[in-house]
Design a protein around this ligand. Structure first.
Ligand code: ATP
Length: 271
């Protein structure tokens, strides 16, 4: 197993205390599949953390446990900062599929989380438009999902997550279905939003290249049973742009993370 390389984030880089702590989380499904085995992880305020690993290593299960969509078989999830306890408005989830309501406009889709809290269209107007502006879609408020490209639909999905002003954003392979050019654009947009709003992001991906570009920390996981095998700091400054993407620093990090991923894949019985 690869030696654990603990990401050493200092508070002067804007990284704060743990916002959520997974303590010895294990998950065995009723069919006997051990999805996670003794996962312990602190996610600190302001981090952009990627969970990277082969299919079936429990990345999505870990996100679902953080959101309480799935309960752990053992272990616990702690929210050490008083104000970050799981309140609806402090945590948002973006899935791989944008899952927009086809019968509602872009505005209507982004309004939904506020509407569910009882906020009227009029009262929500400024916040919805601000979220749409954040993803560059304020001119498309009256469009319907069928009129949008795949990348634009994903932007709407991100705006819907933003509108509640979350502190913690959980993203489960949000850009996996997009073409590379759109994906690069959305990577840049996401980093800009992350820097602007100071969120904490947990980002699930299969892509070494995407995880290095985005993250200041990569948690490499192995399958069967799902576990953490490496925890790597990506100590390159932000803002990151196309110069970073073509730099030797970037390719060096990609090489290190690729090696860690290969070790992870060899350390389980991943098929
Ligand atoms: N509801 C369920 N019932 C039984 N087994 C499940 C269930 N959900 C997930 N699993 C199994 O748990 C393991 C971890 O699944 P999970 O989806 O968390 O992995 P992942 O790393 O996100 O995979 P991928 O990258 O393919 O999305 C897999 O073996 C999966 O088949």
């Amino acid at each position: 197993m690869t030696a654990m390389v603990q990401a050493d984030m200092q508070t002067d880089t804007g990284i704060g205390q743990p916002i959520v702590s997974l303590k010895g989380i294990s998950k065995t499904f009723s069919n006997g599949t051990v999805a996670l085995n003794n996962l312990s992880l602190d996610i600190r305020q302001g981090e952009f953390v990627s969970l990277l690993g082969p299919s079936g290593c429990g990345k999505s299960t870990a996100l679902r446990i953080i959101t309480s969509l799935t309960s752990p078989s053992s272990g616990r999830v702690e929210w050490p900062m008083e104000e970050s306890r799981q309140k609806d408005h402090e945590l948002s989830f973006v899935f791989q599929e944008p899952t927009l309501m086809p019968w509602a406009t872009v505005f209507g889709n982004v309004w939904l989380p506020l509407r569910l809290k009882g906020v009227s269209k009029k009262a929500a107007y400024d916040e919805v438009m601000e979220a749409l502006k954040g993803v560059g879609l304020d001119q498309f408020a009256d469009s319907y999902p069928r009129e949008l490209s795949g990348g634009m639909k994903m932007r709407v999905s991100i705006a819907r997550a933003l509108v509640t002003k979350p502190k913690l954003l959980l993203m489960d392979e949000p850009f996996a279905a997009l073409d590379e050019i759109t994906r690069f654009k959305l990577n840049n947009d996401l980093l800009r939003l992350w820097e602007t709003f100071g969120w904490t992001v947990i980002f699930v991906t299969h892509s070494v290249f995407e995880s290095v570009y985005l993250s200041n920390r990569i948690v490499v996981m192995a399958a069967r049973p799902g576990r953490v095998v490496n925890d790597m700091a990506i100590d390159a400054p932000y803002p990151r742009d196309e110069d970073f993407r073509t730099s030797s620093v970037y390719s060096g990090f990609c090489r290190n993370v690729s090696e860690a991923l290969h070790e992870a894949m060899n350390s389980g019985d991943h098929l």
